[in-house]
Design a protein around this ligand. Structure first.
Ligand code: NAD
Length: 369
């Protein structure tokens, strides 16, 4: 069996800094657990633009299509704000998502006990929180036609976007949510606006169909997305997996993310169709951006990127136990009070650097043996 393959795209700003720490973790798994990846590295975003005049070259795109999983740091920065829209760093990321057809976006909202004070909610509401939001990523109102701004012929204008979903688009993301639920607490809550939108009615019916025909063992509930938003901040622990469309998922996943405190702690995965080798096409990346305000200063928290790699272990490589080992290592480091500046209160002591944080996670992994 060949080694599983990984393409690393560090990108811009703090991307390369946090990715350096992930490399240490990958090396550790190789040395200590015999889990060896064929790792390649390439450019994306502004870094790719600087080298090739495009935020993602055809060669890099082809490499991304050929590997088992892609791990990305972050793209963008003020230097590139003046570029034409077509070559902005973000276009590189969008091209990856589109050509890899990554329709299922997984955003966990997990609250590490040591960080419960950072949540905007009361500690008891978030301690032990572990939910997963599955957002449809390649269709819906952000892509539907017709779209645009047109004259209304009465001196005004009309802005148009179209919410459009097909049976297949809904069913495939629903399957993704049910599969996840089976690995977790076996519950899915589907959110839409079936009370006011036809696309919401279709969404509800198709999710129910997938459930009844393919996943009757998983508990399914439906909720209107506005009520879901309320419940997320009222009693977030009631949820296990939430599945929703592109627009509602955009809002709900950001809302859920803040339940857990810092942007520096949030991983994500975007999954596509299952390939011949049984693995889904997959891109793993931290939720945060390139953080130009702290780039190059050794202040970035590498945990979001490290936890994204943990998601890769679990969802691409079926190494759930090793993923849990890595997540526990991060938790141990935090519980021991080792924190980057974004996770510190004013009265706390000295902040750990990006490198110190990565080293501490490796030490905690070592101690887990
Ligand atoms: P950002 O996520 O880069 O930063 C927001 C704030 O959070 C900043 O104060 C930053 O210092 C802090 N922060 C973010 N990640 C951190 C980490 N790991 N450790 C410590 N602090 C962290 O968002 P922004 O400032 O709105 O955007 C900056 C650039 O990143 C822009 O060019 C934007 O387009 C791009 N961006 C890229 C992605 C991506 O690559 N997926 C996502 C969002 C924004």
């Amino acid at each position: 069996m060949p080694n599983p393959s990984l393409l690393i795209l560090p990108g811009d700003g703090i991307g390369p800094e946090v990715m350096t720490e992930v490399r240490k973790i990958i090396d550790w798994f190789d040395r200590k657990r015999g889990i060896r990846f064929d790792v390649g590295e390439d450019l994306v975003g502004g870094a790719a633009y600087d080298a090739h005049g495009t935020p993602l070259s055809d060669e890099t795109m082809a490499r991304a299509m050929a590997v088992d999983a892609v791990l990305l740091g972050a793209v963008g920065g003020p230097k590139y704000d003046v570029l034409d829209f077509s070559v902005k760093p973000e276009r590189g990321l969008l091209r990856l998502r589109k050509e890899m057809d990554l329709f299922s976006n997984l955003r966990p909202a997990q609250c590490f006990d040591a960080l419960a004070d950072f949540s905007s909610l009361k500690k008891e509401l978030v301690t032990g929180l572990d939910i997963m939001i599955v957002r449809e990523l390649t269709s819906g109102i952000y892509f539907g036609e017709p779209r645009g701004i047109i004259d209304d012929n009465e001196g005004g204008r009309i802005g148009i976007n179209t919410q459009r979903y097909t049976t297949n688009e809904i069913r495939r993301v629903a399957r993704s949510a049910f599969e996840l639920a089976r690995r977790r607490n076996n519950r899915v809550c589907s959110m839409e606006k079936a009370n006011v939108m036809e696309s919401g009615i279709l969404w509800r019916e198709e999710v129910q169909w997938v459930h009844d025909n393919e996943y009757p063992d998983v508990e399914l509930s439906h909720m209107y997305a506005d009520a879901g938003a309320m419940q997320l901040v009222r009693q977030p622990k009631q949820f296990d997996v939430i599945v929703t469309d592109n627009l509602f998922g955009d809002l709900l996943s950001d809302c859920a993310a803040m339940l857990t405190g810092s942007l520096g702690m949030l991983p994500s995965a975007s999954l596509g169709v299952v390939m011949e080798n049984g693995r889904p096409r997959a891109l793993y990346e931290p939720v945060h951006g390139s953080a130009p305000d702290i780039a190059g200063q050794g202040k970035a928290n590498p945990c979001a990127c490290i936890l994204s790699f943990a998601m890769a272990l679990r969802y691409s490589f079926d190494l759930g136990d090793e993923a849990s080992r890595l997540e526990r290592a991060v938790e141990t480091v935090l519980a021991n009070g080792i924190r980057t500046a974004d996770l510190m209160m004013a009265e706390d002591g000295k902040a750990a650097s990006t490198t110190e944080m990565g080293d501490a996670v490796v030490q905690a992994l070592e101690a887990s043996l």
